[in-house]
Design a protein around this ligand. Structure first.
Ligand code: HEC
Length: 113
């Protein structure tokens, strides 16, 4: 193989790898579109529940580190699926995978800030 061909081949492989890493990234966007669409009107795009609805319903502030430390993913998944007090149930509207991603990526993601 000529040197030029080798370089072109290398370039193609590098671009493919770059494309894959950008697409299948392990750091999903935060907050996700799903969160903005379904959850932000009460919990806010910053997770602090400072929206009018969030304040009125006393929605959970996800940036509260003490609260984050005291609850398990399983408990949160259950609350989101079945609802809790003024929090509507999402189990019929969203798939278990979506709910899991919302808890693990979106809700937990607010803790790190
Ligand atoms: C209509 C307003 C509203 C919407 C929309 C809403 N929530 Fe909530 N959410 C609440 C309220 C109110 C609470 C507080 C319930 C409590 O602590 O008793 C809450 C609590 C929670 C909790 C904490 C549950 C626990 O066990 O402490 C999680 C997690 C949560 N919401 C996730 C979500 C997700 C994910 C979405 C979007 C799919 C969402 N919420 C949409 C009102 C809402």
């Amino acid at each position: 193989m000529s040197r030029a061909r080798f370089l072109i081949g290398l370039f193609v492989v590098a671009m493919a790898a770059f494309g894959l890493s950008a697409y299948g990234s392990d750091t999903p966007e935060h907050p996700s579109e799903l969160f903005k669409k379904n959850c932000a009107k009460c919990h806010g795009e910053n997770g602090r529940a400072e929206t009018t609805r969030g304040q009125n319903l006393r929605a959970r502030n996800f940036t509260d580190a003490e609260w984050q430390a005291g609850v398990t993913d399983a408990e949160l998944i259950k609350s989101v699926t079945d609802g809790k007090d003024d929090m509507p149930p999402w189990g019929k509207k969203l798939t278990p995978e979506q709910i899991q991603s919302l808890v693990k990526n979106d809700v937990r993601g607010f803790a790190k800030k």
